[in-house]
Each structure stands twice: as C-alpha cells, then as structure tokens.
Write a protein that binds this ligand. Structure first.
Ligand SMILES: [Zn+2]
Length: 218
C-alpha cells in the first residue's frame, strides 16, 4: 500500500489543487471535534465538506454487506479542491485480505493494483485521499492501530487525509473524519459532513472518464 500512497502523494500538487493554509498554532488540541455544518458546528477549515460519488458509496456498502460480521475496508481515491474533498472511487481489501471481527489486513499487492487501474481511467487521474473501514458494534472512534495508519496516510497525502468508519448498529452508518496531522504529538479528528451523489462530484469535470486522446497524451 505504501507504494501507491507515495505515488499519489507525489502527484498531489495541483492539477486540481493543493490547498495549504497557515493556520494559527494551537496548544490544546481536542482529539475529536464535530465539524458538521449540518449540526451547526464549525468545519475544519481544511475540510469543509466531503462529497462522495454513487460508485464510491455503492462499493463500500457492497463490501460491508458481503462481509456482514467482519471488519473490512479499503482506500479512497479522488481529489481535493478549495478545501472540499471529493471521493470518486473506493476500494476493497482484496482476495487475500485477512478478516476478523475487529481487525482486517488488506492484500497490499491487490490494493496497489486496483488503485492504479481505477485511477488511470479518469481524465484527471485520481489521488489517494485516505481509507475507510468497518468497526464492530457502535464503535465510531479510532484505535491506536488506526491512529498509526491515519498518521501515515495524512503525512503521505500531504494535506491531512480522510478516514471513514462504517458501523452496522444495526443499520448501515458511515461516519467521516478529516484527519489533521499538523500538531506535534497528536492527531485531531474532525467529524465532517458527507454529501452523497454524482451530481456533487462533477465540478471541474473531476469525475470525467479519460478519452482515447487524453490517454495518448500522457
Ligand atoms: Zn479501526
């Protein structure tokens, strides 16, 4: 997985946009904040909204239904632009993944392969944005292992990352966090609105499929 993360991170500079902000230093950082504008809270300035394509949602839903009682997960691919994040594609952990009730490990070779082939069919090849995974019961916060993965992904992506949690308690529930890694010793997780639907991920043609000439020009 490391390869694809680094490859995407390298390409992260703006074709669509890398937004860097010099935010004021903070001394006391709460681990979790609720930044959902829909709940009347203030979003993290680096992640106002997360938009998700129908396809990315369907993939997460199918994979979760398929492994009904086990943890599973995958990567998220898309773009970020003007502090909004657009998830265009999501992945699964692969045929040789390891699945337990509260733990899973992806098949890294498979994940690297699938991310690369999904990305290349778009006019603007997709970037690595983060990960999603299922949690048991009502647990919709992160474990120490999750922290390590989130930290690594936020660092590699270069502008924080997105980390989604799926619960079935008993209904399907998706919680989105923006992972802010700009603080020395801790991660700051901001719960963020997810806005679903292809109509929301079509700005700047970011979900446009590449034409033959687009591909020939690469
Ligand atoms: Zn977890």
């Amino acid at each position: 997985m490391k390869d694809i993360v680094q490859a995407y991170a390298k390409n992260m500079l703006p074709q669509i946009g890398l937004i860097k902000q010099n935010l004021p230093p903070q001394t006391q950082i709460p681990r979790y904040t609720d930044g959902r504008a829909s709940k009347g809270h203030v979003p993290n300035p680096k992640c106002k909204n997360i938009y998700m394509s129908n396809r990315a949602f369907a993939q997460i839903y199918c994979e979760t239904q398929d492994k009904a009682k086990k943890e599973t997960g995958g990567l998220l691919l898309g773009h970020f632009w003007e502090n909004d994040w657009y998830i265009i594609e999501s992945g699964d952990p692969g045929y040789n993944g390891i699945f337990h009730h509260a733990y899973h490990e992806s098949d890294e070779k498979y994940v690297n392969h699938v991310c690369a082939i999904l990305s290349r069919i778009y006019k603007h090849p997709l970037h690595f944005l983060g990960m999603w995974h299922r949690h048991p019961g009502q647990l919709d916060t992160f474990s120490g292992t999750d922290d390590c993965t989130n930290k690594k992904y936020a660092k590699n992506a270069g502008n924080g990352c997105i980390s989604l949690l799926v619960n079935k308690d008993p209904d399907f529930r998706l919680t989105a966090y923006y992972v802010d890694d700009r603080f020395e010793n801790s991660l700051a997780y901001t719960k963020t609105d997810i806005i679903f639907g292809d109509e929301h991920v079509s700005c700047q043609n970011i979900n446009e499929i590449a034409t033959q000439s687009d591909i020939d020009r690469r």
